[in-house]
Design a binder for this molecule. Sequence first.
Ligand code: PLP
Length: 390
Amino acid sequence: MKVPFFRLQASAEDFGAVKDVLASGWLTTGKKAFELEELVKESCSAKYAVAVSSATAGLQLALAALEIGAGDEVITTSFTFTATCSAIIQSGATPIIADIDPQALNLDAQSVTKKITRKTKAIIAVDIAGLPCDYRALLALCRQHGLKLICDAAHSFGSVYRGKHIGAIGDVTVFSFYSTKNITTAEGGMVLTQNQRLAKRLRLLSLHGITRSALKRSAASDWRYDISEIGHKANLSDLNAALGISRIKRFDSLLDSRARSAKRYLKELSGFADYIESPPVIDSVKGDSSQAWHLFIIKLNLNRWRIGRDRFIKELTKLGIGCGVHYIPLYHFSAYQGLLNISSKKPREVYQTENAFQRVVSLPLYPELKRRDVKAVREAIGTLVERFGE
Ligand SMILES: Cc1ncc(COP(=O)(O)O)c(C=O)c1O
């Protein structure tokens, strides 16, 4: 691959941080996990944070802590990774799928409105590619109907919405620290809330419902503990947390590099505007919102191509450019057939979701991406425009 879809470069500090934890002899949840919680909390001005083993686990915990389960409905998008929706199903609640905004690819508040029933308890919104959702509209709906807002912010660590950091907007926010994400702990995540009671429940449920963690027991040389509730096993190890701490310390530069590459793409691809729609950019003049560029998702203007999206990806890959599709709508997967009330053959209810799916291509975007890489992507796309454009 000339330009792989993703590449991660560990720094000397990353290696050092992980080695130090290994040398300390305390590998599981301890001081490092708590230190990462403090750093994440500070960076997004949230009151409470609980480090978890993945965003998937974080979403499961969020629903459990909010006591959402059998008989309840949760409205979300199908234009997302399976975890957003599987967490709802695993909680016992019913996922209700709303459509997306065709530009932003995020939940469309108007579509959400139509799905609200007496059983609706929460909305799970996803900031696709790091672009914040229309939270003003979603929060208004939540207030009006007494719903909880869970932000699946797997992509948007570092984004700001109308002066508020993602992490301090919803009732619960879940970040992913998976390997490709804006900050990584290899596998991991963070759950944030502004509510103390909820924070306590999240922590309790993250570790089997055990009332005193191993660290506290060890520090007090006291083996006793209670299990006050049947919980999950979702704690983050210190080994993972150390990597996150090392990377969050240089988060500004990691985020700047992503934004710089996104800006280069926007410029380089502007010549192909008839063939390709570039992703929406938050109007920086307003100054009170920003997007953490997690993915760079272009949309093909299919009426200008003699090939479809799948062939486009095949040809781009042949030219040495790695790319992906975010996302295959969930109703296309066999496990979801019959669970979402949407036909994968005629998904009329989610017209915008299906339409976006046919057009989207994610281009390489990560801090290590170089100017020459972006140019190589532009050249490859130019070649395809010449060969297959009309
Ligand atoms: C939108 C979204 N939600 C949730 C997840 C799950 O994250 P994790 O791998 O940390 O469980 C992902 C992971 O890619 C994601 O993209």
